[in-house]
Design a protein around this ligand. Structure first.
Ligand SMILES: Nc1nc2c(ncn2[C@@H]2O[C@H](COP(=O)(O)OP(=O)(O)OP(=O)(O)O)[C@@H](O)[C@H]2O)c(=O)[nH]1
Ligand SMILES: [Zn+2]
Length: 187
């Protein structure tokens, strides 16, 4: 990441909105933002699939695995303000291709740390699991609140957007899909 370019751009924006970038409270802001961007945009050149390469082939578990309530923070690509919420990732492993539970959360994190659309996060996470683990099925559900809909624009605080991506057997097996959805919804 080009930190010097970010610092200059932030300084330019502060000036453009009529602020004094040299006043005490703002003098270090360009540098702070450059460091923050390395963190919150750290997923831009990362392949989320890399997290899934660790399998536990010995376990012959071919039943549902669901990690739910994975918190995430992302940045809306239209307004560059945060949207955040929870992701739920479920899959049915095939041929013993189990991945570490934390790796599912790592996939979500990598994909979220980019200027994003909620739909795209949902799709990329689901497709990463399909590509690497080749499971019987995958369901990814993402629920989020978008600051661009709460602090500005239409101003609807509390509204939630829910997106889902369904792959493999869950596409046809309505009962299996409903079971996962009810597990996601049970508190
Ligand atoms: N589909 C989708 N839309 C999003 C997401 N994040 C933000 N948006 C929407 O992107 C749209 C951008 O619309 P524009 O009309 O170009 O921008 P705008 O004039 O700021 O729109 P308003 O937010 O309605 O004031 C808005 O409707 C946002 O709510 C997302 O993750 N997925
Ligand atoms: Zn937005």
């Amino acid at each position: 990441m080009d930190k010097e370019k970010i610092k200059k751009a932030v300084r330019d924006i502060l000036e453009a909105i009529g602020e004094d970038p040299d006043r005490e409270g703002l003098i270090d802001t360009p540098d702070r933002i450059a460091r923050m961007y390395e963190e919150i945009y750290g997923g831009i050149n990362e392949d989320p699939k890399k997290h899934l390469e660790i399998f536990f082939q010995d376990e012959k578990h071919e039943e549902l695995v669901l990690v739910k309530d994975i918190p995430f923070y992302s940045i809306c690509e239209h307004h560059l303000v945060p949207f955040f919420g929870k992701a739920h990732v479920a899959y049915i492993p095939k041929g013993g291709k189990l991945t570490g539970l934390s790796k599912l959360a790592r996939v979500v994190e990598t994909v979220a740390r980019r200027p994003q659309l909620q739909e795209r996060i949902t799709k990329i996470v689901a497709d990463a699991l399909v590509d690497v683990l080749n499971p019987y099925g995958v369901i990814v559900v993402v629920e989020a609140e978008h600051m661009c809909m709460t602090m500005r624009g239409v101003k609807k605080p509390g509204s939630k957007t829910i997106t889902s991506a369904v792959r493999g057997i869950f596409e046809k097996d309505v009962a299996a899909r409903a079971e996962v959805m009810s597990l996601i919804n049970c508190k």
